[in-house]
Design a protein around this ligand. Structure first.
Ligand code: G1P
Length: 300
């Protein structure tokens, strides 16, 4: 195995306006919406930590203070729970602050995912890093990020997570042109296009919100003009890196993910995710699942 610089940091863009969830997101960041009883962003930080990434940079914006509070100590609350001897809740309250070391940088103006990643330049420096998008939750039993880091350690360059989606959905994603490698779950990414119309998509392999990125991306992003939606697109910068050699920040590989991904990005997907998570919880499922069955019969 070549001796590539190890991946130790994660970047979590969390500066989006959350317009799809208004009015809930008027004063609350969408990242703080609960999936059962935990904010979505906590699952993402847990995922980074369990892949060994204990340095997490959040790229935040306006109205995001509650994210910082969530990953901080909560002295008064902790003292009150301690006084009551409520150890279970106390450990739930303490957990987020113990997962990883959190850092914050503000994006200022929302100029797209590529611009959010560029805001991480100073913190990340010249090292490869993971990037996790909070709208996508990956089941903790499917160790996607660990596999992506392994692939980066084998091939260098950058690694995207690809999932096969129905043709009518490709216009919601970055889509990859791929070529096989000797590993069944790894492909070489030869081209990328951000949110193509279904009839122009090069494949059904969509980028889902997990990346391991070579630091060469920063220089590329600085020179990437606004793309789809007038925003600076990470996909466009990765496309440039896909065409480069390993001496120059390339190449880009894809890990083909066939596990469980939960989308929380819009209302319907969010509802599905909450129901799935609740049905999987040993403390809730015994009552929730029979109720759900009855409810479905009731509404026919
Ligand atoms: C972003 C990326 C897109 C990717 C998607 C995954 O889009 O730009 O390439 O496929 O995340 O969730 P967004 O969903 O933020 O519009």
């Amino acid at each position: 195995m070549a001796d590539f610089d190890p991946v130790t940091k994660a970047v979590v863009p969390a500066a989006g306006l959350g317009t799809r969830f208004l009015p809930a997101t008027k004063a609350t960041p969408k990242e703080m919406l609960p999936i059962v009883d935990k904010p979505a962003i906590q699952y993402v930080v847990e995922e980074a930590a369990s892949a060994g990434l204990l340095d997490v940079l959040m790229v935040t914006g306006k109205n995001k203070r509650s994210i910082e509070d969530h990953f901080d100590l909560a002295f008064e609350l902790e003292a009150a729970l301690e006084a009551k001897g409520d150890d279970e809740r106390l450990s739930q309250v303490r957990e987020p602050a113990s997962l990883a070391t959190l850092h914050y940088v503000r994006q200022g103006e929302p100029r797209g995912l590529g611009h959010a990643v560029l805001c991480a330049k100073q913190h990340v420096g010249g090292h490869p890093f993971a990037c996790l998008l909070g709208d996508d939750l990956i089941d903790h039993r499917d160790e996607l990020l660990k596999r992506m880091i392994e692939v980066r350690n084998t091939y260098g360059g950058s690694v995207v997570a690809l999932m096969e989606v129905p043709r009518e959905q490709v216009s919601l994603y970055g889509v990859a042109t791929i070529a096989p490698t000797s590993e069944e779950d790894v492909v070489r990414v030869t081209d990328l296009v951000e949110k193509p119309p279904a009839d122009e998509a090069p494949s059904n392999w969509a980028i889902i919100g997990r990346y391991v990125i070579d630091p060469a991306v920063f220089e590329v992003l600085e020179n990437t003009p606004p793309g789809r939606g007038g925003e600076i697109q990470l996909t466009d910068a990765l496309r440039t890196l896909a065409g480069r050699s390993s001496e120059d920040g390339g190449p880009v590989h894809g890990v083909l993910f066939r596990g469980r991904r939960y989308d929380t990005g819009d209302k319907l997907e969010y509802l599905r995710t909450v129901v799935r998570f609740a049905a999987d919880r040993p403390d809730l499922a015994p009552e929730f699942v029979p109720w759900l069955r009855e409810f479905l019969d009731e509404i026919g």
